[in-house]
Write a protein that binds this ligand. Structure first.
Ligand code: BGC
Length: 300
């Protein structure tokens, strides 16, 4: 007998029949589980959420019912317009200024969110930058800036989220005690000449995520990564904003299209939801096959 509700008491629809009687096997329609991706009653924080992938994830989590803290460092107007957009769509959001590489600012940001929304269920550690340079020309400032935002920033935010999950106790609307999604990159496994600082930071995020996952799984805290490939945002505009650039970029993408923010947002939403409740320490590549060594398609 299919249960009418899950362990959290959320109502469930019975599954559609999977009958193969007449030879045409039907797969179970996604709509048979309309409640599964719901984040109603949960509170999320998305760092670097004023623009790009972070903004897309914030919008998706809000659409699924979460109250969302929209973190930004300098882009106040963009963050406030994200908050307004979420509000107009019937969601709840709050703009939170903080530089994720500064411990005191991170702690103050978490305090402001939990004062306003009461708790924290989901962290999406997304804030990140690029400061590209040939290796022998790379300055310590370029190295430090990228490691500080992309790696130390994730360390500080993930540590604070885990502390809060443990301190606040059982989550009323989620199977896990808390969920973390680290936004990494295909460059956590694909080396990247001219961006050694960026690739090193993302490689660091991969092991940060997996080591924390091992440490906190017994507390029923899940942490996973989503690793985007080439997604059409401001960070890589030069790679897609002309026909020649797009043509070159597409040679690296077997699936034949440049990714959109929504591709990543949907993956992050799944990782934040109870649908991925048995998934922890995993990296989900959302890259149209960029990590499949496309140059080997015609031989090796
Ligand atoms: C980078 C983008 C790049 C993509 C694929 C991302 O992590 O931020 O600039 O286009 O990886 O190389």
């Amino acid at each position: 007998m299919f249960p009418r509700s899950d362990p959290m008491g959320h109502a469930r629809e019975p599954p559609a029949s999977l009958g193969c009687g007449n030879g045409s096997c039907r797969t179970r329609p996604v709509a048979a589980f309309p409640d599964r991706l719901s984040l109603h009653g949960q509170v999320a924080l998305v760092t670097g959420a004023a623009t790009g992938i972070g903004a897309g994830i914030a919008a998706a989590l809000a659409e699924a019912g979460a109250a969302v803290g929209v973190n930004y460092r300098g882009s106040r107007a963009a963050a406030e317009s994200m908050v307004a957009r979420i509000g107009q769509a019937g969601g709840r959001a709050l703009a939170l200024q903080a530089d994720v590489s500064k411990e005191s600012e991170v702690l103050a940001m978490f305090d402001r969110l939990t004062q306003a929304c009461g708790r924290l269920d989901i962290l999406v550690a997304n804030a990140g930058i690029q400061r590209d340079a040939a290796f022998t020309d790379m300055s310590v400032d370029q190295w430090d800036a990228v490691i500080a935002s992309n790696l130390t920033g994730q360390f500080l935010c993930v540590r604070e989220a885990v502390r809060r999950f443990v301190a606040q106790g059982p989550a009323p609307a989620s199977r896990a005690l808390g969920k973390v999604i680290c936004v990494s990159s295909v460059h956590d496994i694909v080396p990247w000449a001219g961006r050694v600082n960026y690739a090193a930071s993302k490689g660091g995020v991969a092991m940060l995520m997996r080591s924390v996952a091992q440490e906190v799984a017994p507390r029923r805290i899940r942490i996973n990564a989503v690793s985007p490939g080439a997604i059409r945002t401001g960070i890589n505009e030069a790679a897609w904003d002309s026909p020649e650039a797009s043509r070159e970029l597409l040679e690296l993408i077997p699936y034949g299209r440049i990714g959109e923010v929504d591709d990543v947002a949907r993956a992050a939403l799944w990782l934040a939801s109870d649908d991925s409740d048995y998934v922890t320490g995993a990296t989900l590549y959302v890259d149209g096959g960029m990590t499949l060594y496309p140059a080997f398609a015609d031989g090796g």
